[in-house]
Design a protein around this ligand. Sequence first.
Ligand code: SAT
Ligand code: MN
Length: 589
Amino acid sequence: MATPLEKWVEKQAELTRPDRIHWCDGSEEEARLIIQKGMEEEKINGNPVFYPLNNEKWPNAYFHRSHPTDVARTEHLTYVCHPEKETAGPNNNWMHPEEAKKLLTRISDGCMRGRTMYVLPYMMGHPDSRFAKACVQLTDISYVAASMRIMTRMSKKVIEKIGNSEDFVKGLHSVGDFDPEKRFIMHFPDENFVWSVGSGYGGNALLGKKCFSLRIASWLGYKEGWLAEHMVIMGVEDPDGEITYIAVAMPSACGKTNLAMMEPALAGYKVWTLGDDIAWFHIGDDGRLYAINPEIGFFGVAPGTSMRSNPNMMKTLRCNNFYPTLFTNTALNLDSMEPWWEGIDEQPGKNMLDWQGNKWNLKSGTKAAHPNSRFTVSIYNAPTLSKEFDNPQGVPVSAIIFGGRRTQLIPLVTEAFDWNHGVFIGARSGSETTAAAIHQVGVLRRDPMAMLPFCGYNMGDYFNHWISMGSKMKNPPKIFSVNWFRTDENGKFIWPGFGENIRVLKWIIDRVKNRVSGRETSVGILPHLKDIDLTGIDISDEDLRKILDVNIKEWKEELEDVKKFFNSFGKRLPAELWREYDKVYRQAL
Ligand code: SAT
Ligand code: MN
């Protein structure tokens, strides 16, 4: 008798009609074969899916060039298909599930013809964790199969675990013919099902990541009393050897990965990495909030990554273990067969190809690597990996930080007065846009909790859920806002960032441990200047004052904009958030 899983795979194969079906076991040998197939048989735009790289300099690493129209998440083609439009909310594109399935059935008819269907069984979360979820994704491209093995715990044991059960998360993925007109990423939250066609790009195609672990999982969390968030999880060890766990939400390409594995500039501090993108939170029996990272890899932005900005990532990328490392849409040095990107330590070579495969040199006047070019690498390569990473319970979080890219107004660091005020800070957060998704770069967009593109239901209800989670915790984390990106009159960043951000984390930890007092302002608690440790850096008091300043006149404009945004959720926006809004607004008058 076929299991529900086998029946489901069979049914998808009847629709998509692959030449072969390959049930993956997650082994090292299999990963090698899949990459081999990508080098020798499968093609994108006439080119091989993978090219081998210089194995001495970049062990076990491969280069991938995507279809030129397929380089970032496509939010306008991403839909959340609840039966009711209101449930999806103004923050999501919506289509009725039946209509969506009709459309995708039409597009997917025979779409895997001539190709191999890979059946990928994987866990999001450690298999021993009661928060982990068993998942199966089908895909028709080696790049996605190889990437999923780096990013998730892929193993044939998951098939045994699923056994005869219907309870597994389903993902159906096909690159189709990469036609942007036939590209859709559709979510069916009530069926634990994601269906993605026409794109091979990370967040569109690695369905365990944003699609399941955020959009669908946020909906599960809403119904079941937990949270799925777009956050870094890190441990900060202080000179006494005590580790404080912190979760940080920031929109894509704001430096989450650099932060998660930072080399602190203050002596005696050490950062331990648990995750750079996704956190699932549950309330523990002790009334604290516990976080796990459901992934086991990094899908990070390459440009800007260097020994200066992120030495631990450079070591991670050059480490050799049984997970390969992939580089997507970087430039390529043809003489040394090394990947190259803007901001890396070395100068470009003489014989370079840009991300599209065109001859390139410094005089070309274009970027060699795509601004959203990426690496896919195992977290087990990281020299900063926390020893708690595989702890099925997760780690207890003492501080939650909301950040974004704001060149003006938002102070370097602010502490919320209490949980609800913290939820307000998260909800009003915004960021100037980057290249991680297809839209205009550099405009301010509200991005509550950095979840606007990833919340799988109405954000008004999501804010309510956050408020109610706070009321259930005896010892909730303290909430903070940070902004590393304030610029001066010449457009130069005032705060040095990177490893120096430890100075801000130190203040946050000092506040968590009640070691320092703060300065109450109308927008939250700010540090006294003397409490930001500036040993060893050159930043003037005047500059520090500037980035820790609250200009209430400018805040008034900000609040008007926040109000418009809040109003878009109508009655679903919780009264608690309007109360927090009014408190700040009255003071800004
Ligand atoms: O494409 S991903 O969503 O995986 C990366 C990102 O935008 O954060
Ligand atoms: Mn992300």
